[in-house]
Write a protein that binds this ligand. Structure first.
Ligand code: MTE
Ligand code: MO
Length: 448
C-alpha cells in the first residue's frame, strides 16, 4: 500500500491528511475547486498548540490527474458520499482499499452495496478541529483514529494502514468491533451535536444542567435501542459513559455547531435523523431524536429562495416569503381574476392588501418598493396606493406566469392612473420608512 489519496481537506480530512503528508510524499488530495485553489496557492496548514505546519501535497479536483491510489481515505461529510464515489470510481481497482472516517453508521454499508467488493475498512476519528478558512485547519484537541475490519480480524491490510498512521505519529487503535466503535461515537454525536446548536453553547453548558441528565439518557436510550435492533448491542450504562467521556472535553463545541455557525449543511440526517428513520423501519419509537431532528432542520436549513418565491422584507418585524402555492391559498376576497383588469388575459392575481397585511410592519413604515429579480428595476408606492391598487399577477392559464410575461410575479396597478407602477419579475417587496428606490423613467411610462 503505497499511494494514498485523501478525499477532502475539512476539519477531519485536512488534519489527518496533512499529518500523513508531512512525512509521506505519496499522499495526494482530491479537493473541491475552492479548497484546491487555496491549497495550490498556500499549501495546507494545520495550526495547533502541538505545532503549526504547512504541507504542499499533490492535489487536484480530478482524481485521474493524481497517482492511482492503493488506499483512499474518506474525510468528507456523510452527505457527500455519493458525489465522492462518482468522482473516485474511475481509479478504483480490484485492490483499492477505502478507509472511512466520517460520522454516521451506514457509510460502510452504502460503499459495500455500491462497489460490491470487500474493499472497506471502517474508521472512527476522534478529533476536535475546525476549518479556519479553505486550506487552513485549526486543531484543538485529540487527533486519533480507531480502525477495524468489519469481520473483526487483524488483516494484513489493516496492519498496513495502522503502520501508515503510526509512521505519521497519529495514534491508531485497532478496533476488534469497529461497528460498535462507530455506534459508541454515534451516541455521543446524537446527544451533543444537536444540543450545542439548540443551546448555542459548548458541551459543558449542557452537561452541567441537572435537567439535561434525563434528556441525555433518553437520547442515548433511543440510539442504543436502534443499535441493538441492528445487532450491535451497547452496554446499559452507555448514557453514563457518554457523560463521562465528555467531562474531559468540556469546553468544546461540536461539528454540527461549527457547521451551523459557518452556514454549512449539518449532518443531522446521518445522526439523529438516521435514528428516526431506522426507528420507523424497525417499529421502535424515537420521539426525542425526532424532536431534535425537526428542530435542528428547522433552525439550520435556510429559508428557501430563488425564482419561484417573492419575499417581503425591510421595515417588518419578520420577513416572510411566498411561492405560488402560498399566494393561491390566500383568502378568496384577495384573489383577482385578471381578465377583469387585463382583458383577454386568463390569469390570477392577488391584491397586495392581502399580502401586505400578513407581516407585522414597522409602526412608521409608509412606503413599499417592488424590486425586480435582476436588481435593476424597481418601483415605489405609498403603502396606501399599494394596498388600494396593487395586484401581483402570479398565474396565467392555470400555470405559473412565464418569464416572457414578466413572471413568475408581476406587479400591476390598474386604476392608479399616471402613477401606475408595473414591475416584471418581482422578487423582493421592501417595506420602507419614507420613499424607497424607484428606477422608473418618465420617457417610457409603464403601461397599465
Ligand atoms: N423588471 C422590469 N419591469 C419593467 C420594466 C423593466 O425594464 N424591468 N419596464 C417597464 C416598462 S417602462 C414597460 S412599458 C413594461 C413593458 O412590459 P412588457 O415587456 O411586458 O411589454 O414593463 C415595465 N416593467
Ligand atoms: Mo414603458
Amino acid at each position: 500500500m503505497k499511494q494514498i489519496l485523501m478525499v477532502g481537506a475539512g476539519s477531519v480530512g485536512g488534519f489527518f491528511g496533512a499529518r500523513l503528508a508531512k512525512t509521506n510524499p505519496d499522499v495526494s488530495f482530491l479537493l473541491r475547486p475552492k479548497t484546491l485553489a487555496a491549497v495550490k496557492q498556500n499549501g495546507l496548514t494545520i495550526r495547533s498548540a502541538e505545532g503549526t505546519f504547512t504541507v504542499r501535497p499533490q492535489a487536484s479536483a480530478d482524481v485521474r490527474e493524481l497517482p492511482r491510489p492503493d488506499l483512499i481515505v474518506l474525510g468528507v461529510k456523510a452527505y457527500d458520499l455519493d458525489d465522492v464515489l462518482n468522482q473516485i470510481e474511475p481509479v478504483l481497482t480490484e485492490k483499492t482499499v477505502i478507509l472511512t472516517l466520517q460520522n454516521g453508521i451506514d457509510t460502510e454499508d452504502r460503499l459495500l452495496s455500491r462497489l460490491q467488493r470487500d474493499c472497506v475498512i471502517g474508521g472512527v476519528a476522534y478529533i476536535y478541529s475546525k476549518i479556519a478558512e479553505p486550506g487552513v485547519i485549526d486543531h484543538y484537541k485529540k487527533g486519533a483514529v480507531a480502525i477495524g475490519e468489519f469481520m473483526g480480524y487483524e488483516s494484513e491490510r489493516l496492519l498496513q494502514i495502522r503502520d501508515i498512521f503510526s509512521a505519521a505519529n497519529i495514534p491508531c487503535h485497532l478496533s476488534k468491533d469497529i461497528r460498535r466503535s462507530k455506534w459508541e461515537k454515534m451516541c455521543w454525536n446524537c446527544v451533543f451535536n444537536p444540543i450545542t446548536v439548540l443551546i448555542d453553547d459548548h458541551v459543558a453548558r449542557a452537561l452541567d444542567h441537572p435537567e439535561m441528565t434525563g434528556v441525555i439518557r433518553q437520547i442515548v436510550g433511543e440510539v442504543t435501542a436502534i443499535s441493538a435492533a441492528m445487532k450491535v448491542p451497547l452496554p446499559l450504562d452507555m448514557p453514563e459513559r457518554v457523560v463521562k467521556a465528555t467531562q474531559e472535553i468540556r469546553d468544546i463545541h461540536t461539528s454540527m455547531y461549527d457547521d451551523w455557525k459557518a452556514g454549512r449543511r449539518t449532518e443531522i440526517d446521518s445522526l439523529n435523523g438516521f435514528i428516526v428513520q431506522k426507528g420507523r423501519e424497525l417499529g421502535i419509537p424515537t420521539p426525542v431524536n425526532e424532536a431534535l431532528t425537526a428542530m435542528i432542520k428547522t433552525m439550520t436549513e435556510k429559508e428557501p429562495t430563488g425564482p419561484g418565491r417573492v419575499r417581503i422584507e425591510g421595515a417588518v418585524v419578520q420577513p416572510v416569503s411566498f411561492d405560488r402555492g402560498a399566494l393561491a391559498a390566500l383568502p378568496a376576497e384577495h384573489q383577482l381574476d385578471i381578465s377583469t383588469v387585463m382583458p383577454g388575459m386568463q390569469g390570477q392575481g392577488i391584491r397586495l392588501k392581502g399580502i401586505l397585511d400578513i407581516p407585522a410592519l414597522a409602526i412608521d413604515a409608509d412606503h413599499v418598493a417592488f424590486h425586480a429579480s435582476d436588481g435593476k428595476y424597481s418601483a415605489c408606492l405609498t403603502l396606501q396606493q399599494a394596498k388600494e391598487f396593487g395586484v401581483l399577477v402570479y398565474e396565467l392559464h392555470g400555470a405559473a406566469l412565464p418569464d416572457t410575461n414578466g413572471g413568475p410575479f408581476r406587479l400591476v396597478t390598474p386604476g392608479l392612473g399616471d402613477l401606475c407602477a408595473n414591475v416584471k419579475g418581482v422578487a423582493r417587496i421592501e417595506i420602507t420608512k419614507g420613499p424607497g428606490r424607484d428606477t422608473r423613467q418618465t420617457t417610457c411610462p409603464p403601461t397599465l
